[in-house]
Design a binder for this molecule. Structure first.
Ligand code: NAP
Length: 352
């Protein structure tokens, strides 16, 4: 575990991947505060999300898009704007914002201070917990995209969510309940209470035949399967759980955790083949969340308002100090979490 670094207000501290390997390659560095360029805002980070993707980029340099070491992980942040670059007028210093660092360019969210284009940040309403708000940026946007834009669910439809206790899975269940769906979710046994509490019938993918159980419970299968797991057998089985006319939405490769990165090309090939099959079932993939900035901003603002109004309640498994990001990764590797693990800075702790 990395030693805790004392916060110095005129310096920045961020966690960097020093070389590819285990959680211990995450080390804190101290540097000058970054200066916002024209069109950017500088944000004092309160909370930063940790995701399964981060573990892949940390452990291997072979994934497309991996920056050269040293680099900083993290796909999303919530923080307070503390300086504006030239030409920024729509945001005031002191405003709390949420933002994506998807195209992080080696400078992701595991940091005390970050500069982001003003187009990437969305104001956060007063009174929300930054650790919950940060869950909306990658996980809830992914869930919204998969459920509403890609699958186009209708009230009363039946869905099966794989990885239902995970970050995106819990988001799918929250949004699915609001959409009036009949929900089933796969998870390991200890996480079934959470899946039930979120409104779905839990199925233990480790001990049960998921396809048989779905057909027993529903008769002819579900309308939509959301699959963030990947792998040839998994995707084929997801397809078998569909009723005729159903949609399989694939959006991830959580199977890498169990079988390694080789599952990625196998998954891509399987997705391509299943898209070609024509027998009344469709395989759909989701677009890059950053591709349509207007959608990103409008949907994130809508989700933040839902959070402020108490309509959604993102599951934060643990808030881990930024300087202990290695222990957050250990937690993810052991699978001892549900929903999202969030890194918090000293500014977050002081704001409570
Ligand atoms: N395309 C995008 O924009 C996008 C965005 C975010 C995430 N993703 C993808 O989505 C995946 C999931 O993300 P996440 O943040 O939700 O990850 P997560 O929080 O780590 O959740 C993954 C869940 O999958 C479960 N799981 C593992 N193997 C399983 C299997 N064979 N069947 C059913 N459940 C299984 C685990 O549950 P147990 O602990 O109960 O085993 C875990 O709770 C990531 O791997 C990533 O590839 C894609």
């Amino acid at each position: 575990m990395t030693a805790r670094v004392k916060i110095d207000t005129i310096k920045n501290h961020r966690a960097v991947v020093t070389r590819h390997g285990g959680p211990d390659v995450l080390q804190m560095i101290e540097e000058e505060l970054p200066e916002p360029q024209a069109g950017e805002v500088r944000v004092k980070v309160l909370a930063a999300g940790v995701s399964a993707y981060d573990l892949m980029f940390r452990s291997s340099g072979s994934l497309p898009g991996t920056p050269s070491v040293p680099f900083t992980l993290g796909t999303d942040i919530v923080g307070l704007v503390d300086k504006l670059g030239e030409g920024v007028t729509a945001i005031e210093p002191g405003q709390m914002v949420a933002g994506a660092t998807f195209c992080f360019d080696g400078l992701g969210g595991y940091t005390e201070t970050i500069c982001l284009p003003d187009s990437e940040v969305v104001p956060v309403p007063l009174g929300v917990d930054p650790a919950q708000a940060v869950c909306l940026v990658a996980n809830y946007l992914t869930a919204h995209m998969a459920m509403h834009e890609t699958a186009g669910v209708q009230t009363g439809e039946r869905i099966l969510v794989h990885g239902a206790a995970g970050g995106v899975g819990t988001a799918l269940l929250e949004l699915g309940k609001l959409a009036g769906l009949e929900m089933y979710g796969t998870a390991s046994g200890p996480k079934h209470d959470l899946v039930s509490a979120l409104g779905a019938t839990p199925i233990d993918y480790r001990t049960e035949d998921v396809v048989a159980r779905i057909h027993t419970l529903t008769g002819d299968g579900v309308d939509v399967v959301f699959d963030p797991i990947g792998g040839a057998r998994q995707l084929w089985r997801s397809r078998q759980a569909l009723r005729k006319g159903g949609r399989l939405v694939w959006f991830g490769v959580a199977a890498t955790k169990r079988v390694g990165l080789r599952v990625i090309p196998i998954t891509m090939l399987t997705v391509g083949l299943l898209k070609l099959l024509r027998n009344g079932k469709r395989l759909l993939t989701i677009p890059d969340l950053g591709a349509d900035n207007a959608w990103y901003r409008a949907t994130l603002a809508e989700l933040l308002n839902m959070l402020a109004a108490g309509k959604i309640n993102p599951v934060v498994s643990k808030r881990v100090p930024l300087a202990e990001s290695a222990s957050a990764h250990e937690l993810l590797e052991r699978g001892e979490y549900a929903g999202r693990v969030v890194l918090v800075t000293d500014s977050y702790t002081e704001s409570l």
